[in-house]
Design a protein around this ligand. Structure first.
Ligand code: NAP
Ligand code: ZN
Ligand code: ZN
Length: 346
């Protein structure tokens, strides 16, 4: 089928209108008209080749919400007219231990990303959500609770699940002290989920002007990281810290804020390695961990949780012509708190 979207032709280029084709429906596929597509910082890292060689032209976008327009002959999960979501991957091997456990994002053979990768046929370049139509195998799409505000749902498909998953894994709950580092697209979802799960939640931000927003989202405390003494006064206080910062960050003062057996989870993906002191880890039997998005079952669980608690992302809805400015503003930490493209503008 013919599709209109926005693509980037090289790491130094701007995004611009681009027409391409997607496959016609296979028996287990659903087709959707995209309604909204979020702009994740990972889109920017990849469009600018900050994670290494990329495939161009690239249509980024892995926070997709849309309406089903057609279903293949074997589809049982979705009906025409239903609102569904598509996230960071569109396929995986479907048989390894991770896939069998519903952890497709950790597929032993590698998940198939929504863009900037080859599909499992080894030849088709996956094209992402900055576009007006999408086709996906039903297994890799999820149901969206009807009452939620749809622009605010799109970012749940990456930013939402990426924070929900580690909060569940490390058992966010009343009595736990949790810190979210960076109040951007991911971070603001982390605040909403940690608060909804009952944890005492602190935001660490290098943008002091975000304090009122953090509190409005439910954060109990806000710490400006502009002054290192603010971190030093919190040594050995936290059970769990989630680092969503997209840029290089000295993890040392954050690790020192963990109490005995506390964990710092790396979620942000800057291009450069971190440097840490072994002594800081072993001093309080601290752990340094990582976490990547979430599997399809957990994505559905998160959306259902959002439906029950009425949680969505805070968004700035834009037309496609604004994508390049939105990229620059995101890099400058100037987004409240996710840009979402109205797909009518493609
Ligand atoms: P974002 O909206 O740009 O938010 C990042 C936040 O980091 C900013 O809002 C800012 O928060 C803070 N920050 C940025 N530059 C900083 C600097 N120089 N020093 C200190 N803090 C800084 O990005 P995002 O979409 O949330 O993504 C965040 C990172 O997670 C990206 O690297 C992305 O690729 C990665 N990611 C990982 C996964 C995963 O599965 N693990 C999934 C999606 C994205 P303050 O203004 O509050 O300081
Ligand atoms: Zn993302
Ligand atoms: Zn697999």
């Amino acid at each position: 089928m013919k599709v209109k979207g926005y693509a980037v032709e090289s790491a130094k280029a701007k995004l611009k209108p681009y027409e391409f084709t997607r496959r016609e429906l296979l028996p287990n596929d659903v087709a959707l008209d995209i309604l909204f597509a979020g702009i994740c910082h990972s889109d920017i890292h990849q469009a600018r080749e900050e994670w290494g060689a990329a495939i161009f032209p690239m249509v980024p976008g892995h926070e997709i919400v849309g309406r089903v327009t057609a279903v293949g002959s074997n589809v049982s999960k979705f009906k025409v007219g239903e609102i569904i979501g598509v996230g960071v991957f569109i396929d995986s091997c479907r048989s390894c231990t991770s896939c069998s456990a519903g952890l497709e994002q950790y597929c032993v053979e590698g998940m198939t990303g929504t863009y900037n990768t080859l599909e499992r046929d080894g030849v088709t370049v996956a094209m992402g959500g900055y576009s007006d139509k999408f086709v996906i195998n039903e297994k890799y799409a999820v149901h969206v609770p009807e009452k939620l505000d749809l622009p605010g749902v799109a970012p749940l498909m990456c930013a939402g699940i990426t924070l929900y998953s580690p909060l569940k894994n490390w058992k966010a709950a009343p009595g736990k002290k949790i810190g979210i580092i960076g109040l951007g697209g991911l971070g603001h979802m982390g605040v909403k989920f940690a608060v909804a799960m009952g944890a005492e939640t602190t935001v660490f931000s290098h943008s002091p002007e975000k304090e009122a927003d953090a509190k409005r989202m439910g954060a109990h405390h806000f710490v400006s990281t502009k002054e290192i003494k603010n971190l030093q006064s919190l040594e050995k206080k936290f059970d769990l810290l989630l680092n969503t910062v997209s840029a290089d960050l000295d993890l040392e003062p954050y690790l020192q804020m963990l109490k005995l057996d506390g964990t710092l989870v790396v979620i942000g993906l800057p291009g450069k390695p971190y440097s840490i002191n072994a002594g800081t880890l072993l001093g309080q039997r601290r752990s340094l961990a990582g976490s990547m998005i979430g599997g399809i079952a957990q994505l559905q669980e998160m959306l259902n949780f959002c439906g029950e608690k009425n949680i969505t992302s805070d968004v700035e809805v834009i037309d496609a012509t604004y994508i390049n400015q939105a990229y620059d503003r995101t890099v400058a930490s100037d987004v409240k708190y996710r840009f979402v493209i109205d797909a009518k503008s493609f």
